[in-house]
Design a protein around this ligand. Structure first.
Ligand code: SF4
Length: 155
């Protein structure tokens, strides 16, 4: 079961979008040098369709995108919530910051408008690093994903 600790409204995590970042706990990735080790513990509030409805009632008018931060302990649940968002809130984009280099086959990638892949590796840097291992992918009209990581390099 997915849980989340808190949310933030953020402007840089997804290009051209005002995003509600949902900080999901229980992260299994254990990246050395992790910037958010408080997200490792299995704690927080249940993140399900009801929670999504509550968050959208509160923030939906102020945002253009919902961004799941984490959720690699149950990627199929992230995928299910992304599908729920697209079905019930079709005006909003859906993004996912995964800590894995590859998205599992159990995930329906078509439910996401953006997917960030790659664990944090300190010496390679973040998405802003031109030599990093992390990539931001954007779904195209034909269902393929384009790598738009370069959008972060000038920030
Ligand atoms: S995926 Fe993010 S939160 Fe999880 S260990 Fe890596 S840096 Fe930390």
């Amino acid at each position: 079961m997915l849980k989340y600790l808190n949310t933030d409204i953020v402007f840089q995590e997804v290009p051209d979008e005002t995003s509600l970042a949902i900080n999901i706990t229980g992260c299994p990735c254990r990246c050395p040098g992790c910037h958010s080790p408080y997200l490792w513990a299995d704690t927080g509030l249940r993140l399900d369709a009801n929670a999504i409805d509550c968050l959208m009632a509160e923030y939906g008018e102020s945002i253009t995108c919902v961004c799941f931060m984490g959720g690699d302990s149950a990627p199929h649940e992230v995928s299910t919530l992304a599908a729920y968002l697209h079905r019930h809130y079709p005006r909003h984009k859906v993004a996912w910051y995964s800590g894995r280099q590859y998205i599992p086959l159990t995930v329906d990638k078509q439910q996401f408008d953006y997917i960030k892949v790659g664990p944090y590796i300190a010496h390679l840097g973040s998405l802003k690093s031109p030599h990093g291992n992390q990539h931001m992918l954007k779904r195209q009209p034909d269902g393929s994903f384009a790598d738009i990581t370069a959008r972060f390099h000038s920030r």
